[in-house]
Design a binder for this molecule. Structure first.
Ligand code: PGA
Length: 256
């Protein structure tokens, strides 16, 4: 399918950066660099920044996302935030299964699957992250790892819901390391993700799903990465905290 028929999405993942006051300043800088985008632009921000972020972006083309959500609607889960809470605030997107959650906070494919189902049930659009460790790539099991994550993380999720889901391919060895996957490596795995989705849901669904690349994407490598057939956008950490760099990546997506 023609790539231009899929929604290109450039999303910032702010991680644990920016206080609410700082978030306001950064978003006010992002609005002008994003305003002519012909891709979707999202800023995924810390929970405490969501209110101000929704307020600052309310009349703009910049959408807001959270960085995680719990699978239960409510209950004894100290420190967690439910999908329903985010939905009620008017947050449209949520990042799930980020490798930092898997690595430092014990997230498993099972909990990622539960969180994804809860997000979808609450009407949120998940940005589901998958990716292999360096060791797994060196052992030549990247495809096995990715196929397993896709199957488990999307277990029991309907085609209709998968169409509301964005997949982010984030090789763990490329995140925050300055080591970007080459455009060929990114394309290879994004194409593999699409082929895996085709096996599970059929080609039409697979062709319609937005697949992002993430991992040290920046203003200098974005054009090449985003030119690849199966790379429909980016999930950007470090470079999304500098409006000028984030704007250059948005422009790169706009150019296709
Ligand atoms: P990075 O982070 O762009 O800083 O490598 C990407 C991510 O973790 O989503």
């Amino acid at each position: 399918m023609d790539k231009s028929k899929r929604k290109a999405i450039i999303a910032g993942n702010w991680k644990m950066n920016k206080t609410p006051a700082e978030a306001k300043v950064l978003l006010e800088e992002i609005l002008p660099v994003a305003k002519d985008a012909d891709c979707e632009v999202i800023a995924c921000v810390p929970f405490v920044d969501l209110s101000v972020a929704l307020e600052v972006t309310k009349d703009s083309n910049v959408k807001i996302g959270a960085e995680n959500c719990h699978w239960a609607e409510s209950g004894a889960f100290t420190g967690e935030i439910s999908a329903k809470m985010l939905a009620e605030m008017g947050v449209p997107y949520v990042v799930l299964g980020h490798s930092e959650r898997r690595q430092y906070f014990g997230e498993t494919d099972e909990t990622v699957n539960k969180r994804t189902k809860a997000a979808l049930a609450a009407g949120l659009k998940p940005i589901l992250c998958v990716g292999e460790l360096l060791w797994e790539r060196e052992c030549n099991i990247t495809e096995e790892v990715i196929a397993r994550q896709i199957k488990l993380d999307l277990f029991d999720i309907s085609a209709e819901d998968v169409l509301k889901t964005v997949i982010a391919y984030e090789p763990v060895w490329a995140i925050g390391t300055g080591k970007t996957a080459t455009a060929e490596q990114a394309e290879e795995v994004c194409a593999f993700i699409r082929a895996t989705l085709a096996k599970l849901y059929g080609q039409d669904v697979a062709d319609a799903v937005t697949i992002q690349y993430g991992g040290s994407m920046n203003d200098s490598n974005a054009v090449e990465l985003l030119s690849k057939t199966n790379v429909d956008g980016g999930l950007i950490g470090g470079a999304s905290l500098v409006a000028e760099k984030f704007g250059a990546i948005i422009d790169a997506a706009t150019k296709g």
